[in-house]
Write a protein that binds this ligand. Structure first.
Ligand code: PHE
Length: 464
């Protein structure tokens, strides 16, 4: 177990699994299918792909290069560029801490659903039984005791893996978990796409429908797709900087920055194929938004008869795996910052202790978000949102993340990236493309995303 200071990835494959594990999460399995469905299907997909190539790839490369160059977590990395940029580092460090507080709650929900489907398989009293899917879900979400316990178990598991270190914990876990997730996803896709009526769901995703672009509609689609892309690629969040700092100087950065978004996008599409055909086959509403994961899909599993609980169990377990490989990256992103701070002060670094302290703070915030029960428990609400989760999401995903990514595009010198990419005589094949995108396209896109996120959260209706 690596107790002291910084670690390093054991292998290129291990790093890739950890980075893809961070990227593949609830955003892919939950956000992507329903946002795509609600924003023009194929039109959204096309725009999303363009954004991944022109913006996601270049920011990914910049963050990895910044991390590897400085060898530091995000606060130290920006401070190394210039003291006046330290605030960007802090923005990127606070955001994951906020996100973790609700991510752990949602991870806990997944565990609860995996367990409940198992209960149904054995006909046990702790299954979902005959309860209506929506009543069951909202009943569980409002039950403070249960949600807090599941959130805390999820936090504990996250802490347990991160404590074991970069190569001994994160890399080891994700190298097994990610291939397992992939296999489970394929099983669920085969089942979903062979259900009678599944083709409608496939058409819903892939049939071109440009009506979402009409008027100022395209701005909204662009900003939703852009926001989804940032979240899904774990950008503007300290993670890729930290993960880059554990990379050996021999790793080909350009290749890594291409493979991670590519794999993330494939999994997002696969998630769509695992869910949408089943939703349509069951005659349910695809635009159910966040309710899709726990209400709509649970209804689908219930309707499958005897095998339903088996697929339910496999599906929620796979979503749980996707969530935990992301939550460990969020915790590692802030752990890297804490390790740097200790080293700066000349104190000997006890990584174990730091992770425990950070984990304890997240246990507190995750419990707080959980007792709100998605706004059902009568607590006062903030920032015009319906629940505490949304308020925290507004600050982190809506404001801090796009702002940090925007600054990243503007302040990290292209020469730094070039230097890192061309170490060991590697060629920077996409250099011209990179420089153009990072200077012009990425910052403009980020501003559109920021405005769109605020518009969406605050319901201003600026973009129709
Ligand atoms: N990318 C993860 C997802 O798609 C979430 C995440 C966001 C993880 C930011 C780390 C940082 O769910």
């Amino acid at each position: 177990m690596e107790q002291q200071g910084k670690g390093q990835w054991g292998s290129s494959f291990g790093f890739m699994m950890a980075a893809v594990g961070s990227a593949v999460g609830l955003g892919n399995l939950w956000g992507f299918p329903y946002k795509m469905g609600a924003n023009g299907g194929f039109a959204f997909l096309l725009l999303y792909l363009v954004l991944v190539v022109f913006v996601g790839y270049v920011i990914m490369l910049t963050e990895l290069a910044l991390g590897r160059k400085t060898g530091k977590g995000v606060v130290g990395a920006y401070t190394d560029l210039s003291k006046k940029y330290t605030f960007i580092g802090w923005m990127s460090a606070i955001a994951p801490w906020l996100i973790l507080s609700f991510y752990c709650m949602l991870g806990g929900y997944c565990m609860k659903y995996a367990v409940a489907n198992l209960g149904d398989l054995f006909g046990a009293g702790w299954g979902i039984g005959d309860a209506a899917s929506d009543a069951y879900f909202f009943g569980f979400a409002a039950d403070m005791g249960q949600t807090v316990i599941f959130s805390l178990i999820f936090v504990l598991l996250t802490v347990f893996i991160v404590r074991a270190g970069v190569s001994g914990g994160i890399e080891k876990f994700t190298s097994i978990a990610m291939p397992a997730l992939f296999v489970m996803l394929v099983i669920v896709i085969i089942r979903a796409c062979t259900l009678p009526g599944a083709s409608e769901g496939i058409a819903f995703m892939f049939k071109p429908d440009w009506s979402a672009f009409e008027g100022t509609g395209w701005v909204k689609v662009l900003s939703v797709a852009g926001g989804q892309m940032f979240f899904s690629l774990s950008l503007g969040m300290s993670i890729m900087v930290a993960y880059g700092s554990y990379l050996p100087k021999t790793d080909n950065l350009e290749r890594s920055a291409l493979i991670i978004p590519f794999a993330d996008t494939i999994v997002a599409l696969m998630a769509g194929l695992a869910t949408m055909p089943a939703v349509f086959a069951a005659g349910l509403e695809p635009g159910a938004g966040p309710g899709l994961l726990f209400v709509t899909l649970q209804t689908v599993f219930k309707g499958m008869g005897g095998v339903g609980p088996i697929f339910g169990f496999v599906f929620y377990t796979l979503v749980f795996i996707a969530a935990i490989t992301s939550s460990i990256s969020l915790l590692e992103g802030i752990t890297a910052v804490a390790v740097d701070k200790m080293e700066e002060k000349g104190k000997s670094v006890n990584r174990n202790k730091l992770v425990m302290i950070l984990g304890a703070s997240i246990a507190v915030t995750a419990s707080i978000i959980s007792i709100d029960g998605l706004g059902q428990n009568g607590f006062p609400q903030f920032l015009g949102q319906g629940c505490w989760l949304d308020a925290v999401d507004l600050i982190s995903e809506g404001i801090l993340m796009p702002l940090a990514a925007c600054y990243c595009a503007i302040v990290v010198p292209t020469t730094l990236v070039e230097e890192e990419v061309t170490l060991n005589g590697n060629q920077f094949k996409t250099q011209k493309f990179y420089e153009f995108c990072i200077k012009f396209i990425a910052p403009i896109m980020m501003v559109i995303v920021l405005l769109g996120q605020l518009d969406g959260f605050l319901g201003l209706g600026m973009f129709g």
